[in-house]
Design a binder for this molecule. Structure first.
Ligand SMILES: [Zn+2]
Length: 107
């Protein structure tokens, strides 16, 4: 995991507890210094999911086979798109985690 600034430093974000979250390297690099993305369903520009202020389960669910994140709101869909949360590399990893019983998480 890496530390991510929810509000990027380049956009005025501070390095403090309220503005930091843990993110895997892939999500962190695809997020870059962005705070918004396009909801592929509506085409609207939407703020990315904020793990400090929003609840994961209100915006995302796991696919039945546990390998893909699915957005159930505009925030979820836009965040999945921006962070490429279903990229081929992570899908392969999740398949292995599912087979090992490590994934998806229960909460
Ligand atoms: Zn990630």
């Amino acid at each position: 995991m890496t530390y991510d600034h929810v509000q990027p430093v380049s956009l005025g974000g501070d390095t403090n507890f309220e503005n930091l979250c843990l993110a895997c390297r892939s999500c962190n690099e695809f997020k870059s210094n962005l705070t918004e993305s396009i909801d592929p369903l509506s085409g609207e520009t939407i703020s990315l999911f904020n793990p400090r202020k929003q609840k994961w389960s209100e915006h995302f669910v796991w696919s039945v086979d546990g390998t893909k994140v699915e957005g159930i709101t505009a925030v979820g869909r836009a965040t999945i798109t921006r962070l490429r949360m279903n990229n081929p590399v992570i899908i392969v990893a999740r398949k292995r985690w599912v087979m090992s019983g490590w994934h998806p998480p229960n909460d």
